[in-house]
Design a protein around this ligand. Sequence first.
Ligand code: 18C
Length: 258
Amino acid sequence: QTAQTNWGELIRAAATNASLKHAYWPEIERVVAEQIRSARMGLGKGAWQLFVEDGEMKMYRREVEEDGLVVDPLKATHQVKGITGRELCHYFFYPEYRYDWEGTLETMNIVDKIAEDTILFHQIHKRIWPAAQRDATFWSHLTHVPDEENKSEDSPHMWATVNNSVELPSHPPNGGKQVRIYLTIILMGQTIISPAAKGREIKRDDITCKITYCAVVNPGGWAPSSVLRAVYKREYPKFLKRFTAYVLEKTKNLPIKL
Ligand code: 18C
């Protein structure tokens, strides 16, 4: 997969008909393609600074402010033994698991289930003193893309879930007591199978999930920069550790889903 890869085409090939027919589809395709492309890009020169390192988990950020608000982009990489990219994205995407692992959540509402692979959400998050409580409306899309470099029969697939803010007339911003945040997030997982497993049944010990998680969250309204940076420095690592531990626990006795 090169810079020339037509991600749009690959994403379309994986999508359900109900998603393809929906008015949001052109935007979903564009944003998902863009997120996959940038998630797969290396860290490049200079701009990203490492701010958390914990075993295989590394988190980088760029300090960016827009109209006086901190919107620091985050890029995290991790490797977890024993789970697949498909399993990772499954538990991240499907709403029935969200309260189990999402520590920032107060309430989650499914506004519309557009398709098996596209859902619209309204979420209210926990309040952090002294800032106002936040909420978000976003679509979430689950996709997978075959690995072009390895077309063999057991070719590992790359899976991704992308969450992206969208305006919903049913939930106007700042209508309630919350301040609307704007987010663009991708969680991507690629399964690496140990060569030792060749010719025999694959065990959980033979698989490693290479994870990339990228997030840009605009706080939408006033929030003290120092508090905000301290909050995400604590919350992003907490999320990625807790969530991957959750997926390991949920899948440990289940057949491997590649
Ligand atoms: O990707 C994640 N979760 C997905 C499913 O829920 C989804 C949601 C992402 C939105 C996360 C932003 C929530 C911010 C709300 C405030 C935080 C409350 C913390 C409460 C602690 C008890 O894509 C996993 C998300 C992992 C957590 C990310 C935290 C990022 C913080 C960014 C700052 C946002 C504004 C903060 C408000 C002001 C604080 C001074």
